[in-house]
Design a protein around this ligand. Structure first.
Ligand SMILES: NC(=O)c1ccc[n+]([C@@H]2O[C@H](COP(=O)([O-])OP(=O)(O)OC[C@H]3O[C@@H](n4cnc5c(N)ncnc54)[C@H](OP(=O)(O)O)[C@@H]3O)[C@@H](O)[C@H]2O)c1
Length: 276
């Protein structure tokens, strides 16, 4: 497994995304993921599955310090009182004293960056998280948060896959020593998986389209990805991307696909995205 060293954090480059995994299925798939070798799990208060993930962590009997656990605070909770209640609730549901990474899930609508930074940094000061990060932040918002925070920001978690151009976010994260953690890394399993360029590379390398895409992610400097699957077979498949390398020419052929710039996660509360 490639480990991303980002401002003092050591983050397994591939993690398990858990959005829409719930109940017994969630506990079971997280347990299977840990057994298959995953050591990075991504959740959020918003996903309403932290209790199930906490149960899997306990049942796995894997030492706590071997697992990198990320959770997130929803932007409406980024205010005094609500923020602390959100993090305390996450810790209680997870059954943990501390997470490894705490993210603000989306930039809040108000522009009180100093308050966002203070709330986030307080969670390091009081031991609720080892590291802090952000998600869905634009290049300007990254700069503002880096300036305002007393602790280093280690990650910006953003939509990333071969159908979206994240060159500017990637460069900004690198400038600040941060990792870029790609969500929807498989384009949610839609058109991307049947793309003809990717299908051609899958045949050439004798890998699945998902493996080609995930290899593209982790082959970028400072980049990771958190694919979600509810299938035990795909869990294993998605992790097996460290035994081959895409050539520079093939990386470039996949990079060319990003010019399509098809964003999957865009809402009325999204920030003003950087133009590619
Ligand atoms: N920070 C944010 O705002 C944000 C937003 C969205 C997502 N996220 C995080 O990112 C994670 C991943 O994103 P996502 O779940 O939206 O999308 P994704 O990981 O790109 O795609 C998941 C889809 O791909 C399918 N899939 C997985 N492995 C496959 C394989 N090897 N072959 C074929 N299909 C495969 C899955 O189906 P099966 O389950 O049937 O295998 C599922 O339908 C989330 O779970 C969440 O943790 C964060």
């Amino acid at each position: 497994m490639k480990i991303l060293a980002a401002n003092g954090a050591n983050i397994p480059a591939l993690g398990l995304g858990t959005f829409r995994l719930q109940g017994e299925e969630c506990t079971s798939i997280v347990l299977k993921a840990l057994a298959a070798g995953y050591r990075h799990i991504d959740t959020a208060a918003f996903y309403e599955n932290e209790s199930e993930i906490g149960a899997a962590l306990r049942q796995s009997k894997i030492s706590r310090d071997e697992i990198f656990l990320t959770t997130k605070v929803w932007p409406s909770e980024v205010a005094d009182g609500a923020f602390q209640r959100s993090v305390e609730g996450s810790l209680q549901r997870l059954g943990l004293d501390q997470v490894d990474l705490l993210l603000i899930h989306w930039p809040p609508k108000n522009s009180n960056v100093k308050q966002w930074a203070r709330l986030l940094c307080d969670t390091v000061r009081n031991g609720w998280t080892r590291h802090i990060g952000i998600s869905n932040f634009t290049t300007g918002q990254i700069d503002a948060m880096v300036d305002a925070c007393d602790y280093p920001i280690v990650v910006n978690q953003v939509e990333n896959h071969p159908y979206i151009d994240q060159t500017k976010i990637r460069a900004k994260c690198a400038e600040h020593g941060m990792a870029i953690m790609g969500y929807c890394p498989l384009g949610r399993g839609q058109m991307l998986l049947s793309d003809s360029v990717i299908a051609g590379l899958a045949a050439e390398y004798d890998k699945s389209p998902a493996q080609i895409i995930l290899r593209w992610h982790v082959q970028h400097e400072g980049a990771g990805a958190i694919p979600k699957t509810a299938s035990p077979d795909r869990l294993v498949e998605n992790l097996q991307v460290f035994d081959f390398e895409l050539s520079a020419g093939d990386m470039a052929a996949m990079e060319a696909l990003t010019k399509r710039h098809q964003r999957l996660c865009d809402y009325d509360f999204s920030p003003q995205w950087d133009q590619p």
